[in-house]
Design a protein around this ligand. Sequence first.
Ligand SMILES: Cc1cc2nc3c(=O)[nH]c(=O)nc-3n(C[C@H](O)[C@H](O)[C@H](O)COP(=O)(O)OP(=O)(O)OC[C@H]3O[C@@H](n4cnc5c(N)ncnc54)[C@H](O)[C@@H]3O)c2cc1C
Length: 630
Amino acid sequence: MYDYVIVGGGNGGLVMASRLSEDPKVNVLVLEAGNWVEDLPEVYIPGMIGAGQAFTSLNWAYETLPQRNMNGRSLTISAGKALGGSTIINSMIMTRATQAQYDAIGALNNSTLWRWDELLPFFKRSEIFTPPNPDQVAHGASYDPTVHGLPPSDANKGKVKVGFPNYFYPQSDMFTQALMYTGDDGLRFQRALDLGGGDIQSRVGISSDSLDASNNTRCSAVCGYITPFLNRRPNLHIIAGAMVSKIEWDDDRIDGLLVARRVEYFVDGDSVPRYADVNADAGGEVVLAAGTIGTPKIMELSGVGNSSYLKSLGIDSVLDLPSVGENLADHIHSWANAITNASITKDVLANNETFKAEQLALWEENRTGLYSAAPRAIGLAAPTDLLPKDRISSLLNEARRNLDKYATEFANGNDALREGIKAQHQIALDLYEKDEQIPIELNIEPGYSGPTPRDGRGSKNYTTISAVFYSPLSRGRTHISSASYTAPPAVDPAYWTHPLDVSVLTAGLQTARKVLRTQPLSSIFVEEFEPGEKVGESDENVEAYLRTVAASDSHEVGTMAMMPRLLGGVVDTRFKVYGLKNVRVADASVVPMPISAHLASTVYSIGERVADFIRNDQARRTKPLVRQME
Ligand SMILES: Cc1cc2nc3c(=O)[nH]c(=O)nc-3n(C[C@H](O)[C@H](O)[C@H](O)COP(=O)(O)OP(=O)(O)OC[C@H]3O[C@@H](n4cnc5c(N)ncnc54)[C@H](O)[C@@H]3O)c2cc1C
């Protein structure tokens, strides 16, 4: 019998496991479908991101349904399948969105709980931040001490280690200078003091990474939140290779709410289910943390979701909550890349075995060289950095005129959610209007990145600038496709359904192309490779090109949205699922609308936040008992 059963040992789930098991009196169980993989070089060596098994056996690699606006292509949404979840395979970038965006999520919920000022202590609590050393400062790393969790505070508590890498490609600094270029047609970005500081528009800076600066290794959710207590907490149980199929419910409701009694799971593909019992009578809870695609799948298999749809699949519906799995949003990106005359790029590692071996030896010996490099310089573009003001106005006017039309289309017959999506769009459009939106991230890859396989691009050296589209208005959905827990869900992010999304990413890629040609990056520019001459310069052609290549950034959110129930929300501001007595959600699925950041640091703070709510509720429950004993 467990006090807390945590489904999914990833970014959000392991924070919960660590924090809740601080109390030796409570029994915590984590059920994780993947395995322990911390000892794989492609996991712990920063420069090996994406290598080895990272994008094969450690990746759920959810294939989307064919995307109407992407020339019928299926795109792949990656998500980590291992203890540590996506923090095992992600790019280690630790940025946060803007203050205005976190505040807007609070406004959407009529709640002061979700405001930058309220969240900041949880961001700080989730990390041990190592300030940059003089060499890193010389390469542009900087930070604001007021927004980070600095040592030695609570250093023995679980926290993710955050720091800067030991190697900086020269292209990184050139990119920064190019974004700050003040000559004709220059973007004139400012240098960011801190990409986690909440004030990041039109700024460029070096991102800190989820990295243990003391030994230049990735710090995943396992490294941060589990390793410090491994085998030291008899009340913390972790079962790896455990695929959860569903939650089972009590026959009786309490206050009209369904009570979770046990969790069904299968270990290593066994055909016989096992069960983890939840101590519901003493306030025990199930915490779902299986990710934006995994969590709604488990809800639906448990009979919670759109009841008529579930019945059509032969599933007993226990609670009609039609927004489960709806409201899916994801970031997409594309690349502008050029052949370069720079002699050191990531391509050399791929093309020259001797050089690769030398660099690996450097990392092994003293944690330097190309393998000690983690991403990367990042620029955050405001709308007016991308498009002329009159074009922005006309796009916004059109979006406002069509507010109802698109909200209706995206809500899929769900009236409450239609109002929720309308409210989200209004917030997003207001941010655009005030030039406080950050629709595009530009980041540099000192090497080839793009859609062309190796044999199609030869052994040349490249520079790539990615344009990541951060503020999609398009919303889709993910739902189970059958009653079998082994069947992959039908994932439809409906990429680029809203016309504003099309115009903005197109402008973002055009801006990335321009940056490649801006000094000082222009000094290493030889010839644009992609989109390239064949695509040409017109926006129409670039838009058509993007439909053939744009890829998911694997930043999916929104399927268990924290919103009022009247707006089609699924969880309340204490992350409890509406209609359920003892089920909360602690992963990226609760983020109701896309934010302008890579998500890991926000998910860590969500985990901290949920743990705090649970512990407060637990304390409230036990208080009368203490009084009685007194
Ligand atoms: C390739 C890639 C690169 C990225 N790069 C960055 C980056 O550089 N910086 C950044 O901030 N963000 C990045 N992200 C995004 C970020 O890592 C994720 O958004 C975030 O970690 C998601 O956290 P989560 O808790 O929602 O899910 P996850 O961390 O994915 O955790 C979900 C866990 O649940 C498990 N699970 C799923 N279904 C079941 C089931 N039925 N039973 C049991 N267990 C289950 C999964 O195996 C997984 O361990 C990246 C993501 C990917 C995939």
